[in-house]
Design a binder for this molecule. Structure first.
Ligand code: GDP
Length: 191
């Protein structure tokens, strides 16, 4: 299906889950690992250049994946974050079939101020979102545990945050089967 603008959204005929995160967080790699179809998720372009939404139907499941544009680096300029916020707010408005947003956080870096701003957008829109740590192969297991716990504490005060923090490595495929199974539970015909 590929890139679309806000005036040409697909009809709400499938359950959707969206993926969001800073540029280079490992979003394309995670979507590829989850769908087991290398090349399905578009490779990331130049940081900050991606503005549009990408949709991928996962055919055999009736699921649609929404790839939200990366929102810049830790110190992303204000206008980049504002543009992202406008696009995302407009997309989230009335998107009843969007069941969850997975907010990707690089396990080496933890939550940055810009991630907190993005969580504010999801909390205001009252869209259920879940933190997914990426690239856990780059740090040792105790460090993964530490950052997971830090984030779990940080999100406790956030109304729309799902209380679980998922840990994944797309290169080692750690946590991928579990996350895929959790996504499948969002589908209506899950048995
Ligand atoms: P995106 O910009 O968020 O879509 O990020 P990409 O999926 O393009 O990944 C950015 C960079 O991180 C690439 O060089 C990937 O190879 C690398 N990367 C992504 N996932 C992992 C991972 O789980 N482990 C490691 N070590 N590297 C990863």
């Amino acid at each position: 299906m590929g890139a679309v603008d806000l005036n040409h959204l697909p009809p709400p005929d499938r359950i959707e889950v969206a993926f969001a995160g800073r540029s280079n967080v490992g979003k394309s790699s995670l979507i590829n690992a989850l769908t087991r179809q290398n090349g399905l998720a578009r490779a990331s372009g130049e940081p900050g250049r991606t503005r549009e939404l990408n949709f991928f139907n996962v055919d055999e499941t009736g699921l649609r994946i929404v790839d939200l544009p990366g929102y810049g680096y830790a110190k992303a300029p204000k206008d980049v974050v504002e543009k992202w916020t406008r696009l995302t707010r407009a997309f989230l408005r009335g998107r009843v079939n969007l069941k969850r947003v997975y907010l990707l956080i690089d396990s080496r870096h933890g939550l940055k101020a810009v991630d907190e701003k993005i969580m504010d957008v999801f909390d205001e829109a009252a869209v259920s979102y879940q933190i997914v740590l990426t690239k856990t192969d780059k740090i040792k297991p105790p460090a993964v545990k530490r950052v997971s716990e830090e984030i779990r504490t940080a999100i406790m005060k956030r109304p729309a945050a799902f209380p679980r923090v998922s840990a994944t490595s797309s290169s080692k495929t750690d946590g991928i089967d579990l996350l895929r199974a959790e996504i499948a539970e969002l589908l209506p015909d899950f048995a």
